[in-house]
Design a protein. Structure first.
Length: 167
């Protein structure tokens, strides 16, 4: 996979900037976002023609009062209890949308696990490691990044755990 370095067009986002800085190979995929789409992640998988198991959504949760980034397949949901356990916490709940947007600098539906405003603890679902490449938001609705799951984990400083309910 070639590196999409030097992106200075509509595709340049804090996420692509972070990957360029880290020297990571990635591809940017753009598609026409439908504002009426029920699931941003499933919309991306269909528009890009890739298996939904390879497309991951970025969610923010509150684990014992600390914001945590959870990256899980779009075909399932986040297991909050598993996330709390993975972070050594007791309780987890979904973060408020406004708190998620404020902490990441992205809007809901376009939150990338990369290039966030604040460095937050991140947990990537273990299933990501079973693919050569995965897709995550590039920081804008209708824009996804394809990269190695190992690079995603390294650049975000993530841990891995089974935090997704696949389904």
């Amino acid at each position: 996979m070639g590196t999409s370095r030097g992106l200075r067009t509509h595709a340049a986002t804090p996420a692509t900037t972070a990957l360029n800085r880290a020297g990571v190979a990635f591809r940017v995929h753009q598609y026409q976002h439908d504002p009426a789409a029920m699931s941003f992640g499933l919309e991306a998988a269909q528009a890009l023609g890739v298996s939904a198991e390879r497309v991951f959504k970025t969610l923010l949760a509150d684990v014992d009062g600390i914001l945590v980034v959870a990256v899980v397949p779009v075909v399932g949901s986040l297991d909050l209890k598993a996330l709390a356990t993975a972070r050594g916490g007791k309780r987890a709940g979904m973060a408020a949308s406004a708190a998620a947007e404020r902490a990441t600098g992205y809007v809901i539906g376009g939150i990338s696990p990369l290039g966030q405003r604040r460095k937050l603890p991140t947990v990537v679902d273990l299933s990501a490691t079973g693919f050569d490449t995965v897709y995550v938001s590039a920081g804008r609705r209708g824009l996804d990044l394809e990269l190695s799951p190992m690079d995603l984990i390294r650049v975000t400083g993530a841990t891995t755990a089974r935090i997704g309910r696949h389904g």
